[in-house]
Write a protein that binds this ligand. Structure first.
Ligand code: SAM
Length: 290
């Protein structure tokens, strides 16, 4: 059966993901739960052996039940714990609800704006991956905007957000503009003094030159910027990188306040350790392809 480029090997029930740099993944498929094509992308939710339920967009894995908490806790609690307070938070992307779930755990957050390009992703994830959002979609502080994140920031009033969390798909997808220097300038303008932006930025090993270019763009806009890491199991990239750009707060200094209880990965020690850059990853910013 071949659906829109999807290869599900009828014999063995493997789901074959699209080619990534240097390797191709075959997932043992237990059940194909949902498949639709939206105006923006191909959306699949599958039950995978070991990894649990998983969301694929345009044949690229986005979230898997087994380890999504590591990524979402590190994307949210590192910036929010580094800030003395955060009243207004903007999430760009994040249609699976995991980032939103972790933001709603902060009692001092008064307003959450989630800007997701594709309404179908939210609808499909609420239906087939309810444990990821875990009820956060009904939080009264939430305002959802179905819009392009770049266009949304072009209209955002200056100095509005304490934190901008960009949980978007990779470069080379509808998220491409969210890795541009102009986008970072728009984010800089929309951030309140001391506020900062954090964005998922692939892997320091497999996507080293892409990450390096992103870091150079950020350094060209923000007075302070850098990278931190966490393990990534389901993305099969070893380490997940998060880049940050700040208007004053340095998250590498460690948490300024405790994160909400009950986290499964994030701790103050994990926060500090995430900024330790081993020699092999030093000078990432100056890396170029080849
Ligand atoms: N954790 C995943 C990763 O690291 O690749 C990202 C998951 S999240 C589901 C990605 C979301 O970004 C998708 O729902 C996608 O529709 C959304 N997205 C992509 N481009 C966007 C844009 N330009 N503006 C807003 N949302 C966008």
């Amino acid at each position: 059966m071949s659906q829109a480029g999807w290869q599900v090997d009828p014999e063995s029930g493997w789901l074959v993901e699209s080619q990534t740099i240097g390797f191709q993944v075959r997932w043992r498929l237990l059940r194909l739960l949902h498949h639709e094509r939206s105006p923006y992308q191909d959306i699949v939710v599958a039950e995978l052996d070991r990894f649990g339920r998983a969301l694929f967009l345009d044949r690229i894995l986005q979230v898997a039940e087994m380890d999504e908490f590591i990524y979402h806790e590190m994307l949210v609690h590192v910036p929010l714990a580094a800030l003395p307070a955060a009243r207004r938070v903007l999430i760009i992307g994040g249609g699976d609800g995991g980032t939103l779930r972790e933001v709603t755990r902060w009692p001092d957050v008064e307003e959450i704006h989630l800007v997701e390009l594709d309404e179908a992703v939210v609808r499909v994830c609420r239906q087939w991956l309810p444990q990821v959002g875990d009820g956060a979609w009904d939080d009264p502080r939430l305002k959802i905007h179905y819009a392009d994140g770049y266009a949304f920031l072009q209209e955002a009033p200056a100095g509005t957000y304490d934190a901008i969390l960009v949980d978007c798909s990779d470069p080379g997808t509808p998220a491409d503009t969210l890795y541009s220097e102009t986008f970072y300038r728009l984010a800089d303008r929309a951030l309140a003094p001391g506020g900062f932006l954090v964005q998922q930025a692939l892997s320091p090993f497999i996507h080293r030159d892409v990450l390096a270019a992103i870091l150079r763009r950020l350094a060209g806009v923000f007075s302070q910027s850098g990278v931190y890491f966490c393990p990534s199991i389901a993305y099969l990239i070893g380490l997940q990188a998060f880049v940050w750009g700040s208007k004053g707060t340095n998250p590498a200094a460690g948490p300024a306040r405790p994160a909400p209880g009950g986290t499964r990965w994030y701790t103050p020690e994990v926060h500090r350790a995430a900024f330790i850059v081993p020699p092999a990853l030093e000078n990432l910013q100056s890396a170029t392809s080849g």
